[in-house]
Design a protein around this ligand. Structure first.
Ligand code: FAD
Length: 422
Protein backbone atom coordinates (compact mmCIF):
# COMPACT_ATOMS: atom_id res chain seq x y z
CA UNK A 1 0.00 0.00 0.00
CA UNK A 2 1.26 3.50 -0.87
CA UNK A 3 0.53 6.24 1.61
CA UNK A 4 0.48 9.80 0.32
CA UNK A 5 1.31 12.56 2.76
CA UNK A 6 -2.34 13.30 3.54
CA UNK A 7 -3.35 9.71 4.30
CA UNK A 8 -0.24 9.28 6.43
CA UNK A 9 -1.12 12.35 8.46
CA UNK A 10 -4.75 11.30 8.70
CA UNK A 11 -4.12 7.73 9.87
CA UNK A 12 -0.77 6.54 11.06
CA UNK A 13 0.41 9.92 12.36
CA UNK A 14 -2.83 10.72 14.14
CA UNK A 15 -3.18 7.22 15.54
CA UNK A 16 0.27 7.44 17.03
CA UNK A 17 -0.58 10.86 18.43
CA UNK A 18 2.26 12.33 16.37
CA UNK A 19 0.86 15.41 14.72
CA UNK A 20 3.69 16.86 12.61
CA UNK A 21 4.61 20.53 12.73
CA UNK A 22 2.82 21.48 9.50
CA UNK A 23 -0.52 20.62 11.06
CA UNK A 24 -0.13 23.12 13.90
CA UNK A 25 -2.21 26.27 13.50
CA UNK A 26 -2.98 29.65 15.02
CA UNK A 27 -3.89 29.34 18.69
CA UNK A 28 -7.58 29.36 19.46
CA UNK A 29 -8.71 28.61 15.92
CA UNK A 30 -10.31 25.38 14.80
CA UNK A 31 -8.57 25.53 11.45
CA UNK A 32 -5.27 26.81 10.13
CA UNK A 33 -5.51 30.47 9.20
CA UNK A 34 -4.13 32.26 6.20
CA UNK A 35 -4.24 36.03 6.01
CA UNK A 36 -3.72 37.61 2.60
CA UNK A 37 -2.89 41.31 2.35
CA UNK A 38 -3.79 42.89 -0.99
CA UNK A 39 -6.58 41.76 -3.28
CA UNK A 40 -4.84 42.28 -6.61
CA UNK A 41 -3.37 39.94 -9.20
CA UNK A 42 -1.31 38.03 -6.62
CA UNK A 43 -3.47 38.26 -3.49
CA UNK A 44 -6.92 37.59 -4.97
CA UNK A 45 -5.58 34.58 -6.87
CA UNK A 46 -3.82 33.13 -3.82
CA UNK A 47 -6.86 33.64 -1.56
CA UNK A 48 -9.18 32.03 -4.10
CA UNK A 49 -6.95 29.01 -4.79
CA UNK A 50 -6.32 28.29 -1.12
CA UNK A 51 -10.02 28.55 -0.26
CA UNK A 52 -11.17 26.60 -3.33
CA UNK A 53 -8.63 23.77 -3.15
CA UNK A 54 -8.73 23.27 0.61
CA UNK A 55 -12.51 22.80 0.61
CA UNK A 56 -12.97 24.82 3.76
CA UNK A 57 -10.08 23.20 5.67
CA UNK A 58 -8.27 26.55 5.86
CA UNK A 59 -9.70 29.87 7.09
CA UNK A 60 -8.80 32.54 4.53
CA UNK A 61 -9.03 36.27 5.27
CA UNK A 62 -8.31 38.78 2.51
CA UNK A 63 -7.49 42.34 3.62
CA UNK A 64 -8.03 44.88 0.85
CA UNK A 65 -9.06 48.53 1.32
CA UNK A 66 -10.87 49.07 -1.98
CA UNK A 67 -14.28 47.61 -2.74
CA UNK A 68 -13.55 47.31 -6.44
CA UNK A 69 -10.21 46.39 -7.97
CA UNK A 70 -9.44 48.33 -11.14
CA UNK A 71 -6.92 46.39 -13.20
CA UNK A 72 -3.81 48.21 -14.33
CA UNK A 73 -3.78 45.65 -17.12
CA UNK A 74 -5.77 47.13 -20.01
CA UNK A 75 -5.83 50.56 -18.32
CA UNK A 76 -3.68 51.85 -21.19
CA UNK A 77 -6.39 50.56 -23.55
CA UNK A 78 -8.84 52.76 -21.66
CA UNK A 79 -6.58 55.74 -22.47
CA UNK A 80 -6.63 54.74 -26.13
CA UNK A 81 -10.43 54.37 -26.18
CA UNK A 82 -10.44 50.57 -26.56
CA UNK A 83 -11.96 49.83 -23.12
CA UNK A 84 -14.23 51.68 -20.69
CA UNK A 85 -13.39 52.15 -17.01
CA UNK A 86 -16.35 50.10 -15.76
CA UNK A 87 -15.02 47.07 -17.61
CA UNK A 88 -11.74 47.31 -15.66
CA UNK A 89 -13.45 47.21 -12.22
CA UNK A 90 -14.05 43.93 -10.35
CA UNK A 91 -15.71 43.45 -6.96
CA UNK A 92 -14.84 41.01 -4.18
CA UNK A 93 -18.40 39.78 -3.58
CA UNK A 94 -17.90 36.48 -5.34
CA UNK A 95 -14.77 35.61 -3.32
CA UNK A 96 -16.89 35.93 -0.18
CA UNK A 97 -20.09 34.37 -1.51
CA UNK A 98 -18.74 31.47 -3.57
CA UNK A 99 -15.46 30.65 -1.82
CA UNK A 100 -16.15 31.52 1.82
CA UNK A 101 -13.28 34.00 1.98
CA UNK A 102 -13.53 36.53 4.79
CA UNK A 103 -13.07 39.77 2.82
CA UNK A 104 -12.09 42.62 5.11
CA UNK A 105 -12.09 46.08 3.52
CA UNK A 106 -9.35 47.64 5.60
CA UNK A 107 -5.66 48.57 5.49
CA UNK A 108 -3.05 46.29 7.04
CA UNK A 109 -0.83 48.62 9.06
CA UNK A 110 1.31 46.30 11.18
CA UNK A 111 2.74 42.79 11.30
CA UNK A 112 3.94 41.20 14.54
CA UNK A 113 6.12 38.35 13.31
CA UNK A 114 6.67 36.93 16.80
CA UNK A 115 2.98 36.80 17.67
CA UNK A 116 2.07 36.02 14.03
CA UNK A 117 -0.62 38.69 13.85
CA UNK A 118 -1.60 41.45 11.43
CA UNK A 119 -3.16 44.67 12.66
CA UNK A 120 -5.43 46.87 10.58
CA UNK A 121 -6.28 50.57 10.45
CA UNK A 122 -9.82 49.59 11.51
CA UNK A 123 -8.46 48.27 14.82
CA UNK A 124 -8.48 44.51 14.14
CA UNK A 125 -5.76 42.05 15.12
CA UNK A 126 -5.77 38.92 12.98
CA UNK A 127 -3.73 35.82 13.86
CA UNK A 128 -2.20 33.81 11.05
CA UNK A 129 -0.37 30.55 10.47
CA UNK A 130 0.79 31.84 7.11
CA UNK A 131 0.71 35.44 5.94
CA UNK A 132 0.70 36.27 2.22
CA UNK A 133 1.65 39.81 1.23
CA UNK A 134 0.82 41.00 -2.27
CA UNK A 135 0.61 44.77 -1.79
CA UNK A 136 1.91 45.82 -5.20
CA UNK A 137 4.11 48.90 -5.43
CA UNK A 138 4.69 52.26 -3.81
CA UNK A 139 6.87 55.07 -5.15
CA UNK A 140 10.39 55.87 -3.96
CA UNK A 141 10.34 59.23 -2.17
CA UNK A 142 12.26 61.97 -3.97
CA UNK A 143 12.85 59.83 -7.07
CA UNK A 144 11.74 62.63 -9.43
CA UNK A 145 12.93 66.03 -8.16
CA UNK A 146 9.96 68.40 -7.86
CA UNK A 147 7.36 65.60 -7.65
CA UNK A 148 5.72 63.85 -4.73
CA UNK A 149 2.30 62.25 -4.32
CA UNK A 150 0.80 65.62 -3.38
CA UNK A 151 1.52 66.66 -6.99
CA UNK A 152 -0.22 63.60 -8.44
CA UNK A 153 -3.22 65.69 -9.47
CA UNK A 154 -1.17 68.17 -11.51
CA UNK A 155 1.15 65.44 -12.80
CA UNK A 156 -0.55 62.03 -12.52
CA UNK A 157 1.35 58.76 -12.35
CA UNK A 158 -1.65 56.63 -13.39
CA UNK A 159 0.41 53.61 -12.32
CA UNK A 160 -2.27 52.44 -9.88
CA UNK A 161 -5.42 52.20 -11.96
CA UNK A 162 -8.70 53.98 -11.31
CA UNK A 163 -9.13 57.69 -10.65
CA UNK A 164 -5.51 58.44 -11.64
CA UNK A 165 -6.10 56.81 -15.04
CA UNK A 166 -9.33 58.77 -15.54
CA UNK A 167 -7.56 61.99 -14.59
CA UNK A 168 -4.74 61.36 -17.06
CA UNK A 169 -7.19 60.70 -19.88
CA UNK A 170 -9.20 63.83 -19.08
CA UNK A 171 -5.98 65.86 -19.16
CA UNK A 172 -4.99 64.42 -22.55
CA UNK A 173 -8.45 65.21 -23.92
CA UNK A 174 -8.17 68.83 -22.69
CA UNK A 175 -4.74 69.51 -24.19
CA UNK A 176 -4.57 72.55 -26.48
CA UNK A 177 -4.20 71.76 -30.17
CA UNK A 178 -0.52 71.18 -30.91
CA UNK A 179 0.26 70.85 -27.17
CA UNK A 180 2.89 68.65 -25.50
CA UNK A 181 2.27 65.41 -23.57
CA UNK A 182 5.35 64.50 -21.54
CA UNK A 183 6.15 61.26 -19.77
CA UNK A 184 8.85 60.69 -17.18
CA UNK A 185 9.55 56.95 -17.54
CA UNK A 186 10.76 54.91 -14.52
CA UNK A 187 14.16 53.24 -13.96
CA UNK A 188 14.38 49.43 -13.66
CA UNK A 189 12.99 47.41 -12.00
CA UNK A 190 9.37 48.52 -12.13
CA UNK A 191 5.80 47.28 -12.59
CA UNK A 192 5.04 46.18 -16.17
CA UNK A 193 8.19 46.76 -18.26
CA UNK A 194 6.29 47.51 -21.53
CA UNK A 195 3.60 49.56 -19.69
CA UNK A 196 5.00 53.08 -20.25
CA UNK A 197 5.56 52.40 -23.96
CA UNK A 198 2.14 50.86 -24.52
CA UNK A 199 0.84 54.01 -22.80
CA UNK A 200 2.77 56.24 -25.21
CA UNK A 201 1.19 54.25 -28.08
CA UNK A 202 -2.33 54.58 -26.67
CA UNK A 203 -1.97 58.31 -25.94
CA UNK A 204 -0.64 58.77 -29.49
CA UNK A 205 -3.65 56.84 -30.82
CA UNK A 206 -6.02 59.16 -28.95
CA UNK A 207 -4.15 62.32 -29.94
CA UNK A 208 -4.03 61.27 -33.57
CA UNK A 209 -7.85 61.33 -33.53
CA UNK A 210 -8.49 64.49 -31.50
CA UNK A 211 -5.28 66.54 -31.63
CA UNK A 212 -3.09 65.39 -34.55
CA UNK A 213 -0.51 68.20 -34.27
CA UNK A 214 0.22 67.40 -30.59
CA UNK A 215 3.65 66.05 -29.62
CA UNK A 216 4.75 63.37 -27.13
CA UNK A 217 8.06 63.75 -25.28
CA UNK A 218 9.39 60.80 -23.25
CA UNK A 219 12.23 61.38 -20.77
CA UNK A 220 13.65 57.93 -20.04
CA UNK A 221 16.54 57.20 -17.66
CA UNK A 222 17.06 53.73 -19.21
CA UNK A 223 19.37 52.90 -22.11
CA UNK A 224 16.81 50.53 -23.60
CA UNK A 225 13.35 49.18 -22.85
CA UNK A 226 11.07 46.17 -23.30
CA UNK A 227 10.01 45.36 -26.90
CA UNK A 228 11.85 48.52 -28.01
CA UNK A 229 12.28 47.51 -31.66
CA UNK A 230 8.58 46.61 -31.91
CA UNK A 231 7.39 49.86 -30.34
CA UNK A 232 9.72 52.02 -32.41
CA UNK A 233 8.64 50.28 -35.60
CA UNK A 234 4.98 50.81 -34.64
CA UNK A 235 5.47 54.48 -33.66
CA UNK A 236 7.11 55.18 -37.03
CA UNK A 237 4.34 53.34 -38.87
CA UNK A 238 1.30 54.77 -37.05
CA UNK A 239 2.42 58.01 -35.40
CA UNK A 240 5.33 59.27 -37.51
CA UNK A 241 6.85 62.52 -36.23
CA UNK A 242 4.69 62.63 -33.08
CA UNK A 243 6.90 60.84 -30.50
CA UNK A 244 10.38 61.84 -29.28
CA UNK A 245 12.17 59.72 -26.68
CA UNK A 246 15.19 61.15 -24.88
CA UNK A 247 17.41 58.55 -23.17
CA UNK A 248 20.26 58.94 -20.68
CA UNK A 249 22.67 59.96 -23.43
CA UNK A 250 20.36 62.97 -24.01
CA UNK A 251 20.36 63.83 -20.27
CA UNK A 252 17.19 62.01 -19.20
CA UNK A 253 19.00 60.58 -16.19
CA UNK A 254 19.02 64.16 -14.85
CA UNK A 255 15.47 65.43 -14.89
CA UNK A 256 13.22 67.58 -12.69
CA UNK A 257 9.61 68.69 -12.91
CA UNK A 258 7.69 71.73 -11.68
CA UNK A 259 4.02 70.82 -11.22
CA UNK A 260 3.02 74.48 -10.68
CA UNK A 261 4.80 75.95 -13.70
CA UNK A 262 4.07 72.73 -15.67
CA UNK A 263 7.63 72.30 -16.87
CA UNK A 264 9.95 69.36 -17.44
CA UNK A 265 13.68 69.95 -17.19
CA UNK A 266 16.00 67.50 -18.97
CA UNK A 267 19.63 68.10 -18.03
CA UNK A 268 18.79 71.75 -17.28
CA UNK A 269 16.87 72.37 -20.51
CA UNK A 270 13.34 73.43 -19.52
CA UNK A 271 10.29 72.57 -21.67
CA UNK A 272 6.72 73.81 -21.09
CA UNK A 273 4.35 70.86 -21.12
CA UNK A 274 0.55 70.58 -21.12
CA UNK A 275 0.32 67.12 -19.54
CA UNK A 276 3.08 65.44 -17.56
CA UNK A 277 2.75 61.75 -16.68
CA UNK A 278 5.36 61.15 -13.97
CA UNK A 279 6.08 57.47 -13.31
CA UNK A 280 8.62 57.49 -10.46
CA UNK A 281 11.01 54.74 -9.33
CA UNK A 282 9.17 52.01 -7.42
CA UNK A 283 9.52 49.84 -4.35
CA UNK A 284 7.48 47.13 -2.65
CA UNK A 285 4.15 48.23 -1.16
CA UNK A 286 4.87 49.76 2.23
CA UNK A 287 3.42 46.96 4.37
CA UNK A 288 6.31 44.72 3.22
CA UNK A 289 8.76 47.25 4.66
CA UNK A 290 6.68 47.55 7.86
CA UNK A 291 6.79 43.75 8.21
CA UNK A 292 10.59 43.98 8.10
CA UNK A 293 10.99 41.59 5.19
CA UNK A 294 12.51 43.93 2.58
CA UNK A 295 16.14 44.30 1.56
CA UNK A 296 16.55 47.55 -0.30
CA UNK A 297 13.36 48.29 -2.21
CA UNK A 298 11.99 44.74 -2.56
CA UNK A 299 11.22 41.60 -0.54
CA UNK A 300 13.53 38.66 -1.37
CA UNK A 301 11.76 35.29 -1.66
CA UNK A 302 12.50 31.61 -2.22
CA UNK A 303 11.55 30.53 -5.73
CA UNK A 304 10.14 27.22 -4.49
CA UNK A 305 7.17 28.61 -2.57
CA UNK A 306 7.49 32.44 -2.66
CA UNK A 307 8.30 32.42 1.08
CA UNK A 308 10.25 35.35 2.42
CA UNK A 309 13.96 34.73 2.82
CA UNK A 310 13.69 36.66 6.09
CA UNK A 311 10.59 34.99 7.59
CA UNK A 312 9.39 31.62 6.18
CA UNK A 313 5.88 32.12 7.62
CA UNK A 314 5.36 35.06 5.28
CA UNK A 315 5.02 34.71 1.51
CA UNK A 316 5.40 37.63 -0.89
CA UNK A 317 3.83 37.70 -4.33
CA UNK A 318 3.86 39.86 -7.41
CA UNK A 319 5.47 43.24 -7.80
CA UNK A 320 6.69 43.45 -4.20
CA UNK A 321 8.86 40.31 -4.46
CA UNK A 322 12.51 40.11 -5.50
CA UNK A 323 12.33 36.70 -7.12
CA UNK A 324 14.71 36.59 -10.07
CA UNK A 325 13.91 36.61 -13.77
CA UNK A 326 10.16 37.21 -13.93
CA UNK A 327 8.99 40.71 -14.90
CA UNK A 328 6.68 42.50 -12.49
CA UNK A 329 3.36 41.79 -14.21
CA UNK A 330 -0.17 40.68 -13.42
CA UNK A 331 0.46 37.42 -15.26
CA UNK A 332 3.59 36.80 -13.14
CA UNK A 333 1.77 37.63 -9.88
CA UNK A 334 -1.06 35.25 -10.81
CA UNK A 335 1.40 32.48 -11.70
CA UNK A 336 3.39 32.96 -8.48
CA UNK A 337 0.14 32.98 -6.46
CA UNK A 338 -0.78 29.48 -7.65
CA UNK A 339 2.65 28.09 -6.72
CA UNK A 340 2.37 29.78 -3.33
CA UNK A 341 -1.20 28.58 -2.73
CA UNK A 342 -0.17 24.98 -3.39
CA UNK A 343 2.82 25.27 -1.03
CA UNK A 344 0.78 26.90 1.74
CA UNK A 345 -1.94 24.25 1.52
CA UNK A 346 0.76 21.57 1.60
CA UNK A 347 2.34 23.06 4.70
CA UNK A 348 -0.96 23.52 6.55
CA UNK A 349 -2.95 20.43 5.54
CA UNK A 350 -0.39 17.99 4.17
CA UNK A 351 -1.80 18.11 0.61
CA UNK A 352 0.47 17.27 -2.34
CA UNK A 353 3.00 19.84 -3.52
CA UNK A 354 4.37 19.65 -7.07
CA UNK A 355 7.50 21.33 -8.42
CA UNK A 356 7.09 25.06 -8.99
CA UNK A 357 6.57 26.13 -12.61
CA UNK A 358 5.83 29.68 -13.70
CA UNK A 359 4.85 31.47 -16.91
CA UNK A 360 4.39 35.03 -18.12
CA UNK A 361 3.32 36.83 -21.27
CA UNK A 362 3.10 40.62 -21.60
CA UNK A 363 0.92 41.81 -24.49
CA UNK A 364 0.90 45.42 -25.67
CA UNK A 365 -1.37 47.22 -28.10
CA UNK A 366 0.40 49.71 -30.40
CA UNK A 367 -2.59 50.73 -32.56
CA UNK A 368 -5.92 49.22 -33.63
CA UNK A 369 -5.40 45.45 -34.10
CA UNK A 370 -1.62 45.86 -33.82
CA UNK A 371 -0.78 43.71 -30.81
CA UNK A 372 2.69 42.45 -29.80
CA UNK A 373 3.85 40.15 -27.02
CA UNK A 374 6.86 38.89 -25.09
CA UNK A 375 6.83 35.91 -22.77
CA UNK A 376 8.74 33.12 -21.06
CA UNK A 377 8.50 30.03 -18.86
CA UNK A 378 10.39 29.66 -15.58
CA UNK A 379 11.40 27.14 -12.93
CA UNK A 380 12.49 27.38 -9.31
CA UNK A 381 16.19 27.17 -8.48
CA UNK A 382 17.92 27.67 -5.12
CA UNK A 383 19.06 31.09 -6.29
CA UNK A 384 15.96 32.48 -8.03
CA UNK A 385 13.01 32.00 -10.37
CA UNK A 386 15.00 31.23 -13.50
CA UNK A 387 13.91 31.59 -17.12
CA UNK A 388 13.80 28.33 -19.11
CA UNK A 389 12.99 29.86 -22.50
CA UNK A 390 11.05 32.68 -24.09
CA UNK A 391 9.47 34.21 -27.18
CA UNK A 392 8.83 37.67 -28.55
CA UNK A 393 6.87 39.11 -31.50
CA UNK A 394 8.99 39.99 -34.52
CA UNK A 395 9.24 43.27 -36.42
CA UNK A 396 7.61 43.13 -39.86
CA UNK A 397 4.88 40.66 -38.87
CA UNK A 398 1.71 40.58 -40.99
CA UNK A 399 -1.45 42.44 -39.99
CA UNK A 400 -3.14 39.03 -39.48
CA UNK A 401 -0.52 37.93 -36.95
CA UNK A 402 -0.76 41.23 -35.08
CA UNK A 403 -4.58 41.10 -35.02
CA UNK A 404 -4.43 37.52 -33.71
CA UNK A 405 -1.98 38.61 -30.99
CA UNK A 406 -4.40 41.33 -29.90
CA UNK A 407 -7.26 38.81 -29.78
CA UNK A 408 -5.07 36.54 -27.62
CA UNK A 409 -4.62 39.39 -25.15
CA UNK A 410 -8.40 39.85 -24.87
CA UNK A 411 -8.79 36.16 -24.08
CA UNK A 412 -6.01 36.42 -21.50
CA UNK A 413 -7.70 39.38 -19.77
CA UNK A 414 -10.99 37.48 -19.37
CA UNK A 415 -9.07 34.44 -18.16
CA UNK A 416 -6.97 36.14 -15.50
CA UNK A 417 -9.91 38.08 -14.10
CA UNK A 418 -11.88 34.82 -13.80
CA UNK A 419 -8.84 33.19 -12.15
CA UNK A 420 -8.62 36.01 -9.59
CA UNK A 421 -12.27 36.53 -8.73
CA UNK A 422 -13.99 33.30 -9.84
P1 FAD B 1 -1.72 44.74 -7.29
O1 FAD B 1 -2.44 44.02 -8.37
O2 FAD B 1 -1.42 46.17 -7.44
O3 FAD B 1 -2.50 44.51 -5.96
C1 FAD B 1 -2.08 45.09 -4.76
C2 FAD B 1 -3.30 45.30 -3.86
O4 FAD B 1 -2.84 45.46 -2.53
C3 FAD B 1 -4.09 46.55 -4.21
O5 FAD B 1 -5.43 46.21 -4.47
C4 FAD B 1 -3.93 47.44 -2.96
O6 FAD B 1 -5.11 48.18 -2.68
C5 FAD B 1 -3.64 46.41 -1.89
N1 FAD B 1 -2.84 46.91 -0.76
C6 FAD B 1 -1.69 47.61 -0.78
N2 FAD B 1 -1.26 47.86 0.47
C7 FAD B 1 -2.16 47.29 1.30
C8 FAD B 1 -2.28 47.23 2.73
N3 FAD B 1 -1.38 47.79 3.53
N4 FAD B 1 -3.35 46.59 3.25
C9 FAD B 1 -4.28 46.01 2.45
N5 FAD B 1 -4.21 46.04 1.09
C10 FAD B 1 -3.16 46.68 0.54
N6 FAD B 1 0.44 43.13 -16.15
C11 FAD B 1 0.14 42.16 -17.04
O7 FAD B 1 0.32 40.98 -16.74
N7 FAD B 1 -0.33 42.46 -18.28
C12 FAD B 1 -0.56 43.74 -18.67
O8 FAD B 1 -1.03 43.98 -19.78
C13 FAD B 1 -0.27 44.78 -17.76
N8 FAD B 1 -0.49 46.06 -18.08
C14 FAD B 1 -0.21 47.05 -17.20
C15 FAD B 1 -0.41 48.37 -17.57
C16 FAD B 1 -0.14 49.40 -16.69
C17 FAD B 1 -0.35 50.83 -17.11
C18 FAD B 1 0.33 49.11 -15.38
C19 FAD B 1 0.58 50.20 -14.39
C20 FAD B 1 0.54 47.80 -15.00
C21 FAD B 1 0.28 46.76 -15.90
N9 FAD B 1 0.51 45.42 -15.55
C22 FAD B 1 0.23 44.43 -16.47
C23 FAD B 1 1.16 45.08 -14.27
C24 FAD B 1 0.19 44.57 -13.21
O9 FAD B 1 -0.87 45.47 -13.01
C25 FAD B 1 0.91 44.36 -11.89
O10 FAD B 1 2.15 43.74 -12.11
C26 FAD B 1 0.06 43.48 -10.98
O11 FAD B 1 -1.14 44.14 -10.67
C27 FAD B 1 0.83 43.11 -9.71
O12 FAD B 1 0.01 42.37 -8.85
P2 FAD B 1 0.21 42.53 -7.27
O13 FAD B 1 -0.72 41.56 -6.65
O14 FAD B 1 1.64 42.53 -6.94
O15 FAD B 1 -0.28 44.03 -6.99
Amino acid sequence: MTLNRRSFMGTAGAAAGLLAAPMLHAQGSGKPRVVVVGGGAGGATAARYIAKDSNGAIDVTLIEPTRAYYTCFFSNLYLGGFRDMDGLGHSYGNLAASYGINVLHDWAIGVDREAKTVTTAGGHTLPYDRLILSPGIDFVDGAVPGWDVSAANAMPHAYKAGSQTELLKAQVESMPQGGVFAMVAPPNPYRCPPGPYERVSMVAHLLKEINPTAKILVADPKESFSKQGLFEEGWEKHYSGMITRVGPDGGADNIAVDPVAMTLSINGEVTNVDVCNVIPAMKAGRIAEIAGITEGNWAPVSAFDMSSRIDPNIHVLGDAAAQGDMPKSGFSANSQAKVCAMAVRGALTGSNVFPARFANTCWSLIDTDDGVKVGATYEATEEKIASTGGFVSQTGETAEVRAATYQESIGWYDGIVADMFG
